[in-house]
Design a protein around this ligand. Structure first.
Ligand SMILES: [Zn+2]
Length: 160
């Protein structure tokens, strides 16, 4: 059973969503500081006034695009592989600790991990301060890890 991320973060003020210029599907809004942090080629001007969306299509090469399409960043233009994209070579569940979905699957099925704490203990590291920066959605990975653990316990793939 495959699960797709359903998280759509709407702009608090406009409640608008924006379509990907490549695939035409509605993207998820993300903070411009997330985009600024993850882009490989830094630019001089501030992006703080731009409204960015993340393309949610697994088979689309688009990562982030601004509302007026003035800024277009493909997967290859950003620092981390976006986990739900089909061609992501590594599927991270937690970007800051570099914990993959396979790591979690292994910990739950082989080491009987049942909480986020267990997962971190098996990996031997816990850094959560950088979650909001390294995660392409700009939010903490903890909630997603919890959901993945539950899915794996239920016998699903753990892919959200
Ligand atoms: Zn797209």
């Amino acid at each position: 059973m495959m699960w797709r991320r359903k998280r759509i973060i709407r702009d608090g003020k406009t409640k608008k969503t924006y379509r990907c210029p490549i695939c035409g599907k509605t993207g998820a809004l993300v903070a411009s500081k997330t985009v600024e942090y993850l882009m490989i080629n830094k630019i001089d001007e501030s992006l703080s006034l731009e409204i960015f969306s993340l393309c949610m299509s697994p088979d689309c090469e688009m990562a982030y695009y601004s509302a007026d399409y003035g800024y277009i960043l493909l997967q290859r233009d950003i620092k981390v592989p976006i986990d739900f994209k089909n061609d992501a070579d590594i599927k991270y569940a937690c970007y800051c600790n570099e914990i993959t979905i396979d790591d979690i699957r292994h910990a739950v099925l082989k080491e009987y991990a049942s909480t986020v704490k267990d997962i971190f203990r098996f990996k031997g590291k816990v850094i959560v301060e950088k979650c909001k920066l390294n995660n392409p959605f700009g939010c903490s990975c903890i909630a997603d890890i919890n959901k993945m653990i539950e899915e794996i316990k239920l016998g699903n793939s753990g892919i959200l």
